[in-house]
Design a protein around this ligand. Structure first.
Ligand SMILES: *[C@@H]1O[C@H](CO)[C@@H](O)[C@H](O)[C@H]1NC(C)=O
Ligand SMILES: *[C@@H]1O[C@H](CO)[C@@H](O)[C@H](O)[C@H]1NC(C)=O
Ligand SMILES: *[C@@H]1O[C@H](CO)[C@@H](O)[C@H](O)[C@H]1NC(C)=O
Ligand SMILES: *[C@@H]1O[C@H](CO)[C@@H](O)[C@H](O)[C@H]1NC(C)=O
Ligand SMILES: *[C@@H]1O[C@H](CO)[C@@H](O)[C@H](O)[C@H]1NC(C)=O
Ligand SMILES: *[C@@H]1O[C@H](CO)[C@@H](O)[C@H](O)[C@H]1NC(C)=O
Ligand SMILES: *[C@@H]1O[C@H](CO)[C@@H](O)[C@H](O)[C@H]1NC(C)=O
Ligand SMILES: *[C@@H]1O[C@H](CO)[C@@H](O)[C@H](O)[C@H]1NC(C)=O
Ligand SMILES: *[C@@H]1O[C@H](CO)[C@@H](O)[C@H](O)[C@H]1NC(C)=O
Ligand SMILES: *[C@@H]1O[C@H](CO)[C@@H](O)[C@H](O)[C@H]1NC(C)=O
Length: 660
């Protein structure tokens, strides 16, 4: 039924209104705007249309150019069946800022606003022809055109002077012209002149405005107003735009801004008739579609896909990415999602172990719970963007499946589960693998691995990716106990699914791992990722959960900073880590504190972290006292006592995935 309504709206908007009305505004021109126009020798340079080429061309003498809006204007149409009893003509207003700068001597030849049957420039229309006509079409109706010329050269006897505005019909001979010299205006003085050409169906009027004072309508000087029936000279559909030329003398003919508005040319009587013509077929269409939809729903009750019919196209468009699985395949692999194969459970749904035949025998399948319909756009984003990431310290996404409202992600299977099962001292967290103890070398290796993964996400891949939820339970361990950062971005999807309808700012992350500014900005940045990584380093070295209360109210960051102040780093480390070389343990703790600096500007980048870990960059300076959290934060180059306030936009704020 939605489809029916959309169809009707589509029919209404494209078939009826769009083609009758042409409205657009360019307050300035950007290079990409060129695609809105048909051009001959015209370019967009320095935020202006250069109707004739600018000086980048060898010689700009004897040139002409034309640029018209790609979509034609419906200027008029016959009323009544016979087509003889009158025409409805559109009203329009074209307002543009022109700027003509002579290149040698007084300049020449001029610029014109045109309404033309032909979008293309006539051959040999340079010089006196102003790009409007040429010697063989002048005075004929072979390529119908009406132009308002801004002539900067007296090129034949009929021309008043080299500084006038005129109205031209199928010729360069003006049926009406007004010299601007008496107004004190010089067209070719490289100044901005605003011109407004208005047509009300009877008269065409030209107004100029040449001061830079923007008080508007009142200051526009009427230059001329002359009766004309445009429908007599022009076809029903005309192109609107500009033409210009240079001759022996040259100039740059620029248009710096342009607004065009036109009216709907259907009169009231016609309109009501039109409504009938539109309403009846669309009603019929609507009924047909609705009936079809209903019967289809009845036929396939309970097997309706979500309204993302093109989900597959969208994912498969990004080829080389993860593979698409059939639901049947995954059902077989996981024993029909048997509880026996459950690896873990979360707010998002459940993770199952599965065995596929083929390249990746054992996989982990994440089954997103069904009521997370909001997660579909994120699911798509994850599959297409994360699926293209390749790094040995990232959990690889092998495939996906979207069928019968099942949202499934297939990952590499990590035999050693996640880091949180190994590093904490409380026994409750070591149910299965309590015999395995992660020694210092393994822990350091894990920290290095995560640092590399983070550097890759922030600096190494095509699009910058923020993880937003770095924590021990998202660090998976492969058979060699190498770290594999997992669950990236998915965290966001999960939280949205869990959210009942609180429309608060979404604060991503896990308490204990979240940078202090997150609570103010509610945004994820590279700096908040680095903070979470800092907390993770401290947690790995100390063997304590970041949220864990240690004697007083202080969390792990406060605790380690306190030990740093007392210069007693030895006691912070896990007592089981006797094999860790003291300097290395201390280095990781210091680096962890540097990452947890309350001022995000002082935190090292992921690249720096990795270099410090390898001993290739010096350790960032870590003050003995934890500096107070001050917001807005000062970048390091500013002296604290200067009275400069910086907004949070001084940080490299990036939400989600940001293209670079
Ligand atoms: C207009 O200005 C140009 C450039 O400043 C000058 O060369 C030309 O003589 C002026 N024309 C008139 C009609 O004042
Ligand atoms: C004038 O322009 C028309 C249309 O572009 C073209 O057919 C004709 O050859 C041109 N005449 C001359 C003299 O170039
Ligand atoms: C314009 O001239 C070029 C060659 O100078 C020719 O190829 C082209 O067909 C002409 N266009 C028209 C419309 O006569
Ligand atoms: C104008 O552009 C059209 C299409 O790009 C081309 O066919 C035509 O020859 C051009 N005319 C001139 C005079 O450059
Ligand atoms: C152009 O055509 C008009 C007739 O519309 C004629 O009066 C005029 O002299 C012609 N101009 C030139 C330069 O031939
Ligand atoms: C407006 O023009 C005057 C001189 O004509 C110039 O002094 C002033 O700076 C201009 N103002 C703007 C905003 O361009
Ligand atoms: C058109 O202009 C003429 C003068 O040229 C004027 O008498 C007439 O009222 C105008 N018509 C409209 C509709 O503005
Ligand atoms: C073009 O300019 C040159 C010198 O600048 C002059 O000798 C020549 O007569 C001019 N030609 C025309 C057609 O104005
Ligand atoms: C175009 O602009 C005119 C005048 O401002 C306005 O009446 C008309 O509704 C606009 N049409 C569209 C489709 O925006
Ligand atoms: C054009 O404007 C005139 C008055 O400015 C108005 O009477 C006429 O109905 C308008 N025509 C259309 C087709 O909107």
């Amino acid at each position: 039924m939605n489809l029916g309504i959309k169809l009707v709206v589509l029919v209404l908007s494209t078939k009826v209104f769009r083609s009758w009305c042409l409205n657009f505004t360019y307050t300035t021109f950007y290079d990409s705007n060129i695609y809105d126009f048909n051009t001959n020798n015209s370019y967009i340079v320095k935020n202006a249309i250069q109707v004739t080429p600018d000086v980048s061309v060898d010689s700009i003498s004897d040139m002409s150019g034309r640029i018209v809006y790609r979509q034609p204007l419906k200027l008029w149409r016959s009323e009544g069946e016979s087509g003889t009893d009158g025409r409805a003509v559109a009203n329009f207003t074209s307002t543009f800022v022109l700027n003509i700068s002579p290149k040698d001597g007084p300049g020449g030849e001029g610029l014109a606003f045109v309404l033309a049957g032909d979008a293309h420039l006539p051959n040999n229309s340079h010089g006196q022809w102003l790009g409007i006509v040429n010697s063989s079409t002048n005075g004929t109706a072979r390529s119908p055109i009406v132009a308002v010329e801004f002539d900067t050269l007296k090129s034949y006897d009929g021309d008043v002077d080299g500084n006038h505005v005129g109205l031209d019909i199928n010729s360069v001979y003006s049926v009406k012209h007004v010299s601007l010299t008496s107004y004190g205006v010089n067209l070719s003085a490289a100044t901005d002149i605003t011109a407004r050409v208005h047509y009300d169906g009877l008269n065409i009027s030209v107004f100029l405005h040449w001061s830079n004072d923007t008080t508007g309508e009142q200051t526009r000087i009427p230059i001329f107003s002359t009766p004309i029936d445009l429908s007599e000279y022009l076809p029903e559909d005309v192109f609107v735009g500009f033409s210009a030329s240079t001759g022996n003398g040259t100039e740059l003919n620029c248009i710096r801004a342009w607004t065009f508005e036109s009216s709907d040319i259907i009169d009231g009587r016609k309109r009501s008739l039109l409504w009938v013509w539109i309403l009846i077929p669309s009603l019929v269409l609507f009924l047909v579609v609705a009936t079809l939809a209903l019967s289809w729903m009845r036929l396939s009750r309970g097997r309706i896909e979500d309204s993302y019919p093109r989900i597959e196209d969208q994912i498969e468009g990004a080829n080389m990415g993860p593979k698409k699985f059939r639901l049947g395949q995954i059902r077989r692999a996981t024993g029909n999602f048997s509880p026996k194969n459950e690896l873990g459970k979360g707010g998002f749904g459940t993770v199952y172990k599965g065995s596929l035949l083929g390249d990746h025998d054992v996989v982990a399948v994440k089954r997103i719970s069904k009521n997370s319909r909001q997660g579909i756009p994120e699911f798509l984003a994850e599959v297409t963007t994360i699926g293209s990431l390749h790094h040995r310290n990232l959990v690889k996404l092998i495939g996906w499946c979207y069928e019968r409202r099942e949202l499934l992600l297939v990952y590499e299977y990590m035999p050693n589960s996640s880091l949180d099962n190994f590093i904490y001292q409380d026994k409750s967290s070591m149910p299965k693998n309590s015999t395995i103890h992660l020694d210092w070398n393994r822990r350091f290796n894990i920290i290095s691995g995560v640092a590399q993964a983070l550097d890759y996400l922030h600096n190494g891949c095509e699009r910058r990716v923020l993880h937003r939820d770095i924590k021990a339970s998202n660090i998976m361990l492969d058979s060699e106990f190498n770290a594999r950062l997992g669950d990236f971005g998915l965290a966001r999807m999960i939280r949205q699914a869990e959210q009942t309808h609180h429309s608060t700012k979404e604060i991503a992350g896990t308490p204990g791992y979240m940078a202090p500014e997150t609570f103010l900005t509610g945004r994820a940045t590279v700096e908040t990722d680095v903070y979470a990584f800092g907390v993770l380093m401290l947690a790995i070295v100390c063997g304590r959960r970041p949220g864990e209360r240690i004697n007083d109210d202080s969390n792990i960051v406060y605790m380690v900073w306190d030990l740093h102040r007392q210069q007693r780093f030895g006691s912070a480390a896990d007592p089981m880590l006797m094999d860790g070389p003291a300097e290395e343990v201390e280095r990781v703790l210091l680096l962890g504190l540097a990452c947890c600096h309350p001022n995000p500007h002082h935190r090292p980048s992921a690249r720096t972290i990795w270099q410090v870990l390898r001993g290739e960059a010096p350790m960032p300076l870590v003050p003995l006292e934890r500096p107070p959290f001050i917001w807005p934060a000062m970048p390091p180059s500013f002296k604290v006592d200067r009275d400069i306030t910086l907004g949070d936009d001084q940080l490299s704020l990036i939400t989600e995935l940001v293209a670079r």
